[in-house]
Design a protein around this ligand. Structure first.
Ligand SMILES: Nc1ncnc2c1ncn2[C@@H]1O[C@H](COP(=O)(O)OP(=O)(O)OP(=O)(O)O)[C@@H](O)[C@H]1O
Length: 296
C-alpha cells in the first residue's frame, strides 16, 4: 500500500525554542508513523502560504504546519483557497499558540507527533474575510491592535506575558469606534470598544472568550464590547478569564455564518493575530472547509 505523502512546512524562527534542533527526531517519528515526509523551510513572510498552495498542486495527502499562529495562519490561507485540500496537521512551536490551545494540541513536539500519527481528522470551519482566511478569530477595535504591536523580540523574551504588558500600556488610551454590522441574524450600529468574530473559544490567552464557540458548528460567535470606562473594562477582563463576560450588560453576543462590518473611521482588522486589512469587510463561515488532525 502507498504511504501517505506529507509536506512539513516550518518556520525556523517561531517561538522560543529552536525547532530546527528537533527536526531530525520529528521527521524520524513521523516516518515511523507511516508517512513519507518532505520538508519546506520558510525564509520570509507569506512563504508558508505559497508552500501550502504548492503542496495542494503536488497532491500531497497531508500538510504539517510547524510554527506559531502566524505560520499556521499562512498555511491555512494557502490550503483554504485551493480546490484539493490536504489534511492539516499542526506542530505548535510559537509564542502564543492560540490555535493550538483552541484545538487542545500540546506544545511538546513528541505529543504533537503522536497526535499526527493517530491520523484522527475532523472537518473544521474556516472563516473567510474578503480574501483572507482564518480559523481562530477575526477582530477589530483598538484593543485588537495590541496583538500585532507586540514585537517578535518582546514575545521571544516574555512569551504570553508580552501581550499583557502591551495591553496594560495601551488600556488608558483605548477609544471606542463606530461600527455598522449587518447579518441575516442580527444588526448593530453604534460605538464599540471591541468586535470579535470567533470560530474557536480561545483567544489571546483567554481560554473562554467565546465559551459557546465550536470549531465545526458552521457559525461564528460574535462578541461586541460596548463603550466602558477603564475600571469597567478591567472588571470585564476578569469576568472573561472565568468565561462569565457574556452576562455583562456591556457585551452584545450573537451567532451568524455571514456578516458585514463597516465603519466611517479607519479600522484595522486582525485575522488570527495577524494584520488583515481594513474595514469594510464581509465575513463568511465556510462550514467543514478543512480537515485537521486532532487528538482522540
Ligand atoms: N525564516 C524566517 N525569518 C523571519 N521571519 C519568518 C521566517 N519564516 C517565516 N517568518 C514570519 O515570522 C512570523 C512569525 O512567525 P510565527 O507566528 O510562526 O511565530 P511566533 O510569532 O513566534 O508565534 P505566535 O504567532 O504564536 O506568537 C510570520 O509572520 C512568518 O511569516
Amino acid at each position: 500500500m502507498r504511504r501517505p505523502r506529507a509536506r512539513l512546512i516550518y518556520n525556523p524562527t517561531s517561538g522560543r525554542e529552536a525547532f530546527k534542533s528537533n527536526l531530525p527526531s520529528i521527521l524520524d517519528t513521523l516516518e515511523r508513523g507511516g508517512y513519507e515526509v518532505s520538508t519546506f523551510m520558510t525564509h520570509a513572510q507569506n512563504e508558508a502560504t505559497e508552500a501550502a498552495k504548492q503542496a495542494c498542486l503536488d497532491e500531497f495527502d497531508y500538510v504539517f504546519a510547524a510554527g506559531g499562529d502566524g505560520t499556521i495562519n499562512e498555511v491555512i490561507n494557502g490550503l483554504s483557497i485551493m480546490e484539493n485540500r490536504p489534511t492539516l496537521g499542526i506542530l505548535p512551536s510559537g509564542t502564543t499558540n492560540d490555535l493550538a490551545r483552541a484545538l487542545n494540541l500540546p506544545r511538546d513536539w513528541k505529543k504533537s507527533c503522536e497526535i499526527i500519527n493517530q491520523r484522527n481528522a475532523i472537518p473544521m470551519d474556516v472563516g473567510l474575510a474578503g480574501s483572507g482566511y482564518f480559523i481562530n478569530i477575526a477582530g477589530c477595535g483598538r484593543m485588537t491592535e495590541i496583538t500585532y504591536e507586540v514585537s517578535s523580540k518582546l514575545k521571544t523574551h516574555l512569551g504570553q506575558l508580552a501581550y499583557y504588558v502591551k495591553g496594560l500600556e495601551k488600556l488608558p488610551r483605548l477609544k471606542p469606534i463606530h461600527l455598522d454590522i449587518t447579518s441575516p441574524d442580527f444588526d448593530f450600529e453604534g460605538k464599540t470598544m471591541l468586535c470579535l468574530i470567533a470560530n474557536s473559544n480561545s483567544v489571546g490567552g483567554f481560554e473562554k472568550l467565546a465559551p459557546q464557540a465550536s470549531l465545526n458548528d458552521g457559525v461564528f460567535d460574535v462578541i461586541l464590547v460596548k463603550p466602558c470606562t477603564l475600571p469597567e473594562l478591567v472588571h470585564l477582563a476578569t469576568m472573561a478569564v472565568r468565561g462569565e463576560h457574556l452576562q455583562s450588560d456591556r457585551v452584545i453576543y450573537f451567532q451568524t455564518d455571514l456578516l458585514t462590518v463597516q465603519s466611517p473611521e479607519t479600522v484595522e482588522l486582525n485575522l488570527d493575530g495577524e494584520y488583515g486589512g481594513v474595514l469594510p469587510q464581509s465575513f463568511r463561515c465556510l462550514k467543514h472547509h478543512l480537515n485537521v488532525l486532532v487528538g482522540r
